[in-house]
Design a protein around this ligand. Sequence first.
Ligand code: GLA
Length: 704
Amino acid sequence: MNDTLRLDSENRSLLLSTREAIPEIIYWGAKLAQSQAVHDSGQEPVPQASLDQRAPLSLSVDAGRGLFCRPGIAGQRQGKDWSPVFSLTKVETIAQGLVLHCEDPVAQLAVSYTLILEADTDLLRMWVALTNHSEQDYELQHCDLSLPLPSDCAELETFGGRWCQEFKPHRQRLDHGSINLTSRYGRTSQQKQPFYFIGRPGFSETQGRVYGFQLAWSGDHAMNFELLDSGQRLVQLGEHLASGELVLKKQQTYQSPEVLMGYSDSGTNGISQSYHQHIRQKILHWPEARPRPVILNTWEGIYFDHDPDYILRMIDRSAELGVERFVLDDGWFKGRNDEHSSLGDWYLDTQKYPQGLTPLIDRVNQHGMEFGIWMEPEMVNPDSDLFRAHPDWILSLEGYEQPMGRYQYVLDLQQTAVSDYLFERIDELLTDNDIRYIKWDMNRELVQPGHKGYAANHGQTISLYRLLERIRAAHPRVEIESCSSGGGRIDLGILPYVHRYWTSDCNDALERVMIQSHFMRFLPPELMGAHMGAPVSHTTGRQHQLSFRALVALFGHFGLELDPVKLSESEIKDIQYFVALHKAHRELLHSGRFSLLTNPGDPNLLAWQVVGGNREQALAVFIQKTITQYSVPPLFPLTDLDPQRDYRVTVLHGAEPRELGPMKQLPGWLSEGTRLNGDWLMRAGLQLPVMQPESAFLVKLEAL
Ligand code: GLA
């Protein structure tokens, strides 16, 4: 008997076997020929000294069937029904997908798996839902998707660092046991980000069989990569729940966050491109189709020092630079002179702004720019009118002292009065003022997040989504940025409600190369807030020339994070040039196919490349992080070009003598540009000049 279920997209196939009582994924990868003659489950040998029959590696990994690994679903009711065993009851076909309904009549639990293979992006979208059918409550411990992987996929790449070190990559090889990464910070976190690659050891951006995973969730989450003694590998992804956090009453259902899984047999770039395309087509909700406006954000320019007259000068100068959106960061609301007070009191500080915000907004609008504002709605300082009036509005556990983070507490959004208060404050602010953008911040981790005594991370996350949804519905033209001490809340769960992320509080261009390179492996460049900061980085003290700061920010949602009034004449000219350069190319940058290119010929050198839809044009920025490895730089192969066509290669920036490294003779093509064949550029490469450390070199390719 050959019982297989099959889904196909443009380039991928997913096969499940239903031969056993519970379906198992038996293949997920490059598109297979149409044939029923496949190796379905149950064909493996049963080795000596093992259970007498093979245990199916289902999407719930039932321990009760004899799998000696972490079960996909765990919970209990009064100590019982702790080891459910599910069997398939119904297969439902939906657009591009399947819903597999399974039940355990003994434990009185039902589980369903939704699998959707996106037709044109080749991504697999999945979630699991668990329903309690018993009169007795079911306490859920975890409810994850368990996904089998080919046995050669032994290398895991995870991401995360700390404040100012988002998206730091880590590679680990799994030869025994399991690797578990649990994020318990209450927010997505900078430390353990819900982005993963697992592939054949040595996979790179351009080579090797590899799978990519993103979990769409902004609260606690967990990933378990496990090797069974049979040699089978699996990955489990889901929400991390605290004890007693999720209790299902009769007929209640828990639905897990979505997992978005990609596959490539030639490195991670193919997966990145699918992710970008899917996000652009299916998740982003733009009030109108227009380019991402160039931003000036006031934070590193003036911090809490708000003087409306001075800010008017900043606005005028911003307009002169070509800025299109002026964002007033922290410090504008009642009594907010430093980080110790006032969060929660979302009323304008009339001492600082006796005329209100109107003069600023009018000036911004006169210049044809739009106005944005910073808020941190989920937080309250003990030193605030809000906290004095409602000390019981915070997440906490009675009997314990709630620790502070950045001198603040977290509001309990599950209390209707709290969410209503925040909605009312934000709604009024947006109704009374022509504000087009909120930088929505969230600056601390959650500790003992208690609601009525129960663990509340799950409820808090859902309530945040509902609040954002409510604000979006009331003010559909207002864009929102997800910021959390920089990149502490970058995930697909929040993306349906926001328009971009603040990638990192680190504006040091060299650190940003690492942060942004890996951000763009999962998320498209236009979602990546990328601002060029002051010459000396405020978070690292490192100094960089203007062109390096600008070119590193160029591919993202470009902006400035500095005081524009303090710029010299030459800095003004240079910034005007780079703002114009970004505007001239942002359409390509924010719609094209992105590739990260590293080069074993010089590990200190990398490139970001974006190619337009029909391979007519491309931009590539080459970044020399530290000093060149050898005296002559390698030929640098590009990707994704048309092998049949020749391209005109022109330098857009970086060939000025002051920016290049010491050379007696430049590569010949630099002065007049060159014509090179696409196949040559991909197989042999482009000859780069000797570059200075911490410099970048931007080229444009146009098909002839
Ligand atoms: C956080 C953000 C910064 C800035 C400050 C303001 O740290 O990440 O960009 O907005 O808050 O307090």
